[in-house]
Write a protein that binds this ligand. Structure first.
Ligand SMILES: Cc1cc2nc3c(=O)[nH]c(=O)nc-3n(C[C@H](O)[C@H](O)[C@H](O)COP(=O)(O)O)c2cc1C
Length: 198
């Protein structure tokens, strides 16, 4: 697939068919994902692939959290809707940022996190494009951050930080492009005559 076609054709997909995603396709997507650039080539991404029962358990955790928060009168945003997407998707991949190495001093943790989080974000976008290239739909999900603790308690990766989840599956919808503000509106472009050196 042409890169332009992948970038412009990708959509967030929130309805999937029941058709399973073959394991070697998920493996190929992960192999592409780790080609993303990362600061100092630290490759700070970590993954937990959930299929079948574990994937349904993730949806249960999300729905339970939504119910508990609603009962307390808290705002749950799109959590319940996203739980329903996860329940439908044949595969959901949890994406973590690896715990900082021991040699990073405590006071530098926030800067380190800021840099490594960018690297993980690049990997997630690469994952979405690779999934699209394989004819799969995907959804980048941060609603899992409502339930970081029960997710980590159930699926592990203690010490690492949950960043997002990505659902994958054969699309059962084909939405058009979602609106974007124009790049012209969002970009300040500075150019000037090159300085003349004497
Ligand atoms: C960091 C991030 C978090 C997101 N979290 C969710 C989510 O939890 N649930 C959801 O339905 N969509 C989520 N989305 C998808 C966005 O809603 C979607 O990308 C946006 O509306 C634009 O649509 P498009 O991806 O089809 O262009 C997330 C996207 C990003 C980049």
């Amino acid at each position: 697939m042409e890169t332009q076609q992948a970038i412009y054709g990708r959509r967030s997909i929130r309805r999937y068919t029941a058709e399973p995603v073959p394991r070697d396709t998920v493996e190929a997507i992960l192999a592409a994902t780790i080609r993303a650039p990362s600061a100092k080539n630290a490759q700070p991404w970590r993954f937990v692939v959930l299929e079948g029962d574990p994937a349904r358990q993730l949806a249960d955790i999300m729905q339970q959290t939504a119910d508990d928060l609603s009962a307390r009168g808290d705002d749950i945003g799109s959590l319940s809707w996203t739980a329903a997407v996860v329940r439908q998707a044949p595969v959901t991949i949890l994406v973590y940022e690896a715990a900082p190495p021991e040699e990073i001093p405590l006071h530098a943790h926030e800067d380190y996190h800021f840099v490594m989080l960018q690297s993980v974000g690049g990997a997630i976008q690469t994952m979405l494009l690779a999934a699209h290239d394989h004819g799969l739909g995907s959804l980048w999900i941060c609603d899992v951050l409502y339930c970081t603790e029960p997710i980590s308690a159930r699926f592990g990766r203690a010490g690492d930080r949950l960043v997002a989840a990505v659902s994958l599956g054969h699309p059962a919808e084909s939405p058009g492009p979602r609106p974007r503000r124009s790049w012209q509106e969002l970009t300040r472009w500075l150019s000037g005559e090159p300085e003349i050196r004497r």
